[in-house]
Design a protein around this ligand. Structure first.
Ligand code: IFM
Length: 449
């Protein structure tokens, strides 16, 4: 292997990612309301008490050589009633971020990671224009948290996943299953990004503002079938690129024949991204079927690498292809999520190795990737999958909340500090729970089930 494919650039940033509702604990928002109203089997409840243990968790991140830490601000904590901003909460988030900086971690801050205040879906839902003003006001309030912190800011995490889960399948809040409202909702999220960026730039200067895009590698389920290939092209454009393109060109273009299509102007959307956040996990196989929604979605394991515990293919080749594809935007790229759910804790280092190889391949061919944030620092609440999946570099005992390093912690630290990619030592299982790999059908992203 060429030397540059073994060594990370000196300024390359290794870090870890989290999101408020998945770790903080005791948040009252649209999702907690949804858990109760739908009688879901899983409740986020006390989370993993990151709210109280944040300083220890920053130290855990430092212990694995991380130089950046991604959190999200919980809108419901900051604006529990429409128009009433909780100053104490804004100060609490600010002092957390100052502590993060003091611990030697660069803050990466998401303003919106799937959840909303309880009032949002009844008063200003995403498919109405009022949503944009509501998000603008929230972002304006957040400027007092972010001032002078030199943070990277992500307006939205995975807006397309939210649109599909919340507005097409109706399995997550707001629980609407109406494709006619889905694209207006997505267009307003694009407008809300623009509005939030304007507020941030106005109040605190040219802070870099991006979004995190869930990006899947897609393959034709039947390599000989032209309609499966057509589906791959259309879905790649709609799922992976339409939102990013809207923020680069100023037009949201989506075309999924028979399902939905739009060509919508996003005022001031052109050049409204400062960097692209890529969340990459896996590959999906698409198969055309002659009835709505005209496709089936499968996770398969043709290369016999073993599906992950929740049934995703390990496909690092798709990571490199994804990074290459994002190059088209001519913007710096941050990997804002990548990781594996690994209950036994013996596959994570190998997953990291193969995905870092892919990342180095992209870097060596000139793709401008600035950093890599592992999802996640800690085992956490995985939305509709609840407490089953374990993505954490640190294992969390959900009864005692004790954090224990998985074998991948040493490997992560060695690589982050040396910047040299070496194969990991073989990992022994951390715990003896056996997970049975399976083939899974469904829709993208665990948040949609
Ligand atoms: O846990 C989620 C995260 O909230 C968004 N991206 C995918 C992760 C793993 O499913």
């Amino acid at each position: 292997m060429h030397a540059s494919k073994l060594i990370f650039p000196p300024n390359f940033v290794f870090g870890v990612a989290t999101a408020a509702y998945q770790v903080e604990g005791n948040i009252e928002n649209d999702w907690s309301q949804w858990e109760r109203s739908q009688s879901l089997r899983h409740f986020a409840g006390a989370g993993v008490d990151h709210w109280n243990r944040y300083e220890d968790d920053y130290q855990l991140a430092r212990d694995v050589g991380a130089g950046a830490f991604r959190i999200s601000l919980e809108w419901a904590r900051i604006e529990p009633e429409r128009g009433r901003f909780d100053e104490g909460m804004l100060e609490a988030y600010r002092s957390r971020l100052l502590a993060m900086r003091a611990a030697g971690l660069n803050p990466v801050v998401t303003l919106h990671h799937f959840t909303h205040p309880k009032w949002f879906h009844t008063e200003t839902p995403w498919h109405t224009p009022e949503s944009v003003a509501a998000f603008r006001a929230y972002a304006r309030a957040c400027t007092s948290v972010l001032r002078g912190l030199d943070a990277l800011v992500l307006t939205f995490n995975e807006p397309v996943v939210l649109m599909l889960g919340g507005y097409v399948r109706g399995v997550i809040p707001p629980g609407i299953a109406d494709p006619n409202l889905a694209l207006p909702a997505l267009a307003n999220m694009a407008r809300a990004h623009v509005a939030a960026r304007e507020e941030l730039h106005l109040a605190i200067g040219p802070v870099p503002v991006g979004t995190s895009q869930n990006m899947l590698s897609f393959a034709a389920d039947r390599s000989w079938h032209p309609l499966d290939h057509a589906l791959v092209r259309l879905t790649d454009a709609a799922y992976n690129h339409a939102f990013l393109e809207a923020l680069c060109t100023g037009t949201l273009r989506v075309r999924m024949p028979g399902l939905f299509s739009t060509h919508t102007e996003i005022a001031n959307g052109r050049n409204s991204l400062d960097f692209v956040g890529v969340n990459y996990y896996t590959r999906a196989h698409l198969r055309f079927v002659p009835r709505k929604p005209f496709f089936e979605f499968h996770y398969r394991d043709p290369l016999r690498r073993g599906l992950t515990d929740i049934g995703w293919e390990q496909y690092p080749e798709g990571f490199e292809q994804t990074l290459q594809a994002v190059r088209r935007y001519g913007l710096p790229i941050w990997v804002t999520e990548n990781g594996i759910d690994d209950r036994r804790g013996d596959r994570r280092s190998a997953y990291l190795y193969t995905h870092w190889q892919a990342l180095l391949g992209a870097l060596a061919s000139g793709v401008d990737v600035r950093g890599y944030l592992y999802w996640s620092l800690l085992d956490n609440f995985e939305w509709l999958e609840g407490w089953g999946p374990r993505f954490g570099l640190y294992h969390v005992d959900f009864d005692t909340l004790e954090r224990t390093p998985t074998p991948a912690c040493d490997y992560f630290r060695d690589t982050a500090l040396s910047r040299v990619l070496k194969p990991p030592p073989p990992s022994r299982p951390r715990v003896e729970t056996e997970a049975v790999p399976r083939e899974v059908e469904g829709a993208p992203g665990t948040v949609t089930g």
